[in-house]
Design a protein around this ligand. Structure first.
Ligand code: ACO
Length: 426
């Protein structure tokens, strides 16, 4: 199968790649060479596939999301986060023995070098936890081998296990620093998600008992965020890793990319927006008008998605979960009412209908995080905790497929050649 591009009377025949869900991609990699310089231009990569990947399938028109072939709905209802992590990274659901070994290997690596505490100490208490987590993840390199022999499954496995073990400790430390709590190493007798909760919430002078409602809600949220194919942060991880930079620094770059309010930072931005609307008297119509006003930079946070153009399947699961968690925990949060009101108005509004703007995964996730007692500045860190296995699996796939260094082209629009003018003549 081929496609043809015609330019200035010449035809270029290009191979077409077919995916396992019948998606076609025109492989333009030979175009520049055969045409003597012609490239394709695609701002924001809206129409460009950067790789072939066997990890996550999503169909934005039909609202389908699958990890390694398994639907997100089934995984969210039945699996543990660690099972999903294993599935994403190694390609198959683990057997009981495989899962036990995986978890036990992670537990053995769950201490972080004490020297790391000095680095954490250097941050002001007001530092945003995302900046702290990104820096600490990068700093992990100083205490662990900087390069992984990607030809060795064993070396790759060791590195992955280390990161899955230490990253939650760093995330919990970032929160404890931010909230003025002494650092904690958790408890290896607990499940992976329960241990995250304990590391975050254990008070120095009290026992910590895991609430099963909280644990199950967090398990679901982490699964829903675990991978989303070539999104901004994942593409960042792949492109940084494509220079053969190590796993930890590639993930640190992913954390930075996730921080932005148009990506993972949206969950914090949504709750801040809902709070602001509440403080302003709850007039949702005023904010709908602001979102539609092209002169106003305000956007309805938690609405719209680059790929989902009908609905975000994760948002459906999360909306139901938000209702359940608030009921189970006996919490009445007025911002839930504002969120539902905004959603209803937006879904009926021509501006949003025309642009296919629907609530995304993070429209309701902040409401759950808040109900679980997680501080607002930690919301995006929770997203990063969920996305970690996705980033790892994408980095591993990229290195094992021996992908070339990521290096896009450009169309230059600057000044043409001009003679240098000495300083005293300018
Ligand atoms: N509120 C108001 N208008 C919006 C919104 C919004 N949330 N999102 C998109 N639009 C409008 C744009 O202004 C544009 O209008 P125009 O065609 O009249 O110029 C049109 O819809 C298309 O928007 P783009 O920004 O071109 O769409 P893109 O695919 O590049 O962006 C994005 C997707 C970044 C998610 C965008 O919808 C947005 O900014 N949403 C709010 C932030 C957010 O919730 N991000 C989380 C995404 S999910 C995730 O990362 C987990």
């Amino acid at each position: 199968m081929t496609a043809k591009i015609e330019f200035e009377g010449k035809q270029y025949e290009l191979p077409v790649v077919l995916g396992s869900e019948n998606e076609y991609g025109i492989d333009i990699s030979s175009l520049r060479g055969t045409s003597g310089g012609l490239i394709t231009l695609d701002r924001g990569f809206k129409n460009t596939g950067s790789c072939e990947s066997a990890i996550t399938f999503l169909d934005g028109e039909k609202g389908i999301l699958r990890y390694r072939g398994y639907s997100i709905e089934e995984l969210a209802d039945n699996a543990s986060f660690l099972e999903v992590a294993y599935l994403l990274i190694f390609g198959e659901l683990p057997t009981e023995t495989e899962l036990e070994k995986f978890h036990s290997d992670i537990k053995k690596e769950s201490l972080v070098d004490e020297e790391m505490k000095k680095i954490l100490d250097g941050f002001p208490r007001s530092a945003h936890p995302m900046g702290v987590v990104s820096s600490l993840t990068s700093a992990l390199v100083a205490f662990n081998p900087t390069t992984v022999d990607v030809r060795s499954e064993e070396a790759m496995y060791k590195s992955i296990v280390k990161l899955l073990a230490k990253f939650p400790v760093l995330c919990a430390w970032a929160m404890r620093k931010n909230t003025g709590q002494p650092l904690d190493y958790g408890d290896t007798s607990l499940g992976y998600v329960d241990n995250i909760l304990k590391m975050m919430f254990k008070k120095a002078n009290e026992e910590y008992k895991v609430n099963p409602v909280v644990s199950s809600a967090l398990n679901k949220l982490l699964i829903l965020h675990a991978d989303h194919e070539q999104n901004c942060s994942t593409s960042t991880v792949r492109i940084v890793g494509s220079s053969h930079a190590g796993l930890f620094v590639s993930i640190s770059a992913g954390v930075s990319a996730l921080w932005g309010p148009l990506h993972g930072g949206a969950n914090q931005a949504v709750i801040e927006m809902l709070e602001a609307i509440k403080e302003d008297g709850g007039d949702t119509k005023k904010y709908m008008a602001k979102a539609k006003d092209k002169e106003d930079p305000f956007r309805l946070m938690g609405f719209g998605h680059r790929v989902y153009k009908n609905f975000d399947p994760r948002a459906r699961i999360i909306k139901k979960s938000a209702d359940e968690v608030l009921t189970d925990l006996g919490i009445e949060d007025p911002v839930l009412g504002i969120a539902k009101g905004l959603e209803k108005e937006a879904l009926e509004d021509q501006y949003f209908v025309d642009r296919k703007l629907y609530p995304n995964v993070d429209f309701y996730s902040g409401i759950i995080y808040r109900a679980l007692g997680i501080p607002t500045e930690m919301f995006t860190v929770m997203f990063a905790l969920g996305r970690l296995p996705g980033w790892i699996s994408q980095w591993k796939e990229m290195r094992q497929q021996k992908e070339p260094i990521g290096r896009p082209r450009q169309i230059y629009t600057g000044a043409n050649h001009r003679a240098f003018v000495p300083l005293n003549e300018r």
